[in-house]
Design a protein around this ligand. Structure first.
Ligand code: FES
Length: 153
């Protein structure tokens, strides 16, 4: 991937290139790209004058950071306790089957990213699935097809 160094410079400069701002810098980069491109992390290491392994260490330590590109559409399946007891595992398995990917992955055409979360704060509606920003409650394996574009598998 080709990265726009001027975009990265403006983020890094906002924090005066301070090594102590590494996490904030990575958060801002992820907000721009929806993930942390390897080239961007290399560039940050160079600009902050810290070893690349330190940047990669932080990026892999925090679950909020993603090193993989995200799809155009993001589907989150709640696996919190309330949703779990109502069958969210079966909902997730059906989505994995229909999309041909595992949770945490993105389809080859970059259309969908499937992820799990622990609680979306809407337990009474469980099992809950969020497609992009839209909450869908009382989800079942049969209903998950309605989350996907009909032209998709
Ligand atoms: S456990 Fe799923 S919304 Fe709370």
């Amino acid at each position: 991937m080709t990265i726009d160094e001027s975009r990265l410079d403006s983020i890094i400069d906002e924090y005066n290139g301070e090594q102590g701002s590494l996490i904030s810098i990575l958060q801002d980069i992820q907000a721009q790209y929806q993930y942390l491109p390897r080239e961007a992390m290399d560039y940050v290491a160079m600009r902050l004058k810290i070893p690349r392994v330190q940047v990669f260490g932080v990026a892999t330590f925090f679950k909020a950071f993603s090193l993989k590109p995200k799809g155009k559409q993001r589907i989150h399946v709640c696996m919190g306790t309330a949703c779990h007891v109502r069958g969210s595992k079966m909902v997730l398995e059906e989505l994995e089957r229909k999309l041909g990917i595992k949770a945490g992955d993105t389809t080859l055409d970059n259309e969908y990213t499937l992820e799990t979360v622990n609680c979306l704060g809407a337990c009474a509606l469980g099992p809950v699935v969020v497609k992009n920003e839209e909450y869908r409650g009382q989800m079942t394996p049969i209903k998950v097809g309605s989350l996907l574009d009909t032209k998709k598998p």
